[in-house]
Design a binder for this molecule. Structure first.
Ligand code: ADP
Length: 218
């Protein structure tokens, strides 16, 4: 958050004199309490100042940057995920391509009975398949998809920062969001409950930036 000069001054004053009332801060700055009020509200909402009724303002000791980092660390995949767009392994390539257009997505999640994760197929997988003599009406997506256990997945409680790191590390555009289940033999299976994409990450970036604006940044 970018503070204006007056907000910077307020922080300095509170650091030097805390606890200090709004009234006193206004006196020092030679302003009216009413002029000062919006700045105090912004700084308190941003977590840079703490207000205690009938005592006054304290400095929270937090810097701007650490506040954004704190907020980012608290965000979870589940709060930003999109709905999964799924097909079966037997779905032919033609229908996969049509589904991608209709749903406006860049990849599909391939599931078996009960929404269990089996694979992922991206637009380049499909493009590659159509370069050969493939009969797109006949060939099932199971032939060209990337298959478990090679799928990189995430889960609703995962911090978005860690999920974003996986996307970068593995050079992929999206990951299925899964719920881990156990089958009768105690083996893990993964129920697909969402999709976490680069677009979701862009939305997070915008939200963090807009928090700055709401908090009175320039
Ligand atoms: P594209 O290259 O088509 O724009 P991606 O970068 O997401 O899309 O996919 C690149 C390759 O990685 C493709 O072969 C795709 O099947 C595979 N892939 C995509 N998502 C995942 C994932 N979550 N886990 C493992 N492999 C994936």
């Amino acid at each position: 958050m970018e503070l204006n000069e007056r907000q910077e001054r307020i922080i300095e004053i509170v650091k030097a004199h805390s606890p200090i009332t709004g009234e006193k801060i206004a006196d020092i700055l030679n302003l009216t309490r009413a002029t000062l009020r919006p700045d105090l509200t912004v700084l308190t909402m941003a977590g840079l100042l703490e207000a205690r009724p009938r005592v006054g303002y304290f400095s929270s000791g937090k810097s701007n940057d650490s506040l954004v980092a704190d907020r980012l660390r608290k965000l979870r995949v589940g709060d930003f995920k999109s709905v999964p767009i799924v097909v079966r392994e037997s779905t032919n390539l033609y229908d996969c391509i049509v589904t991608m257009f209709l749903e406006d997505v860049g990849s599909l999640t391939v599931v078996s009975e009960g929404g269990i994760l089996e694979g992922v197929v991206s637009r380049k997988d499909l493009l590659k398949a159509t370069l050969g003599n493939t009969d797109v009406h006949r060939v099932p997506v199971g032939v060209v998809m990337t298959r478990m256990p090679n799928i990189v997945w995430t889960f609703a409680d995962e911090p978005v920062l860690l999920a974003a790191r996986k996307i970068i590390q593995h050079q992929i555009d999206s990951m299925p969001v899964v719920k881990v289940l156990q089958d009768a033999m105690g083996r893990e299976k993964y129920e697909v409950v969402g999709r976490f994409t680069k677009t979701n990450i862009t939305a997070i970036l915008v939200e963090l930036g807009e928090i700055h604006l709401v908090m009175g940044g320039k």
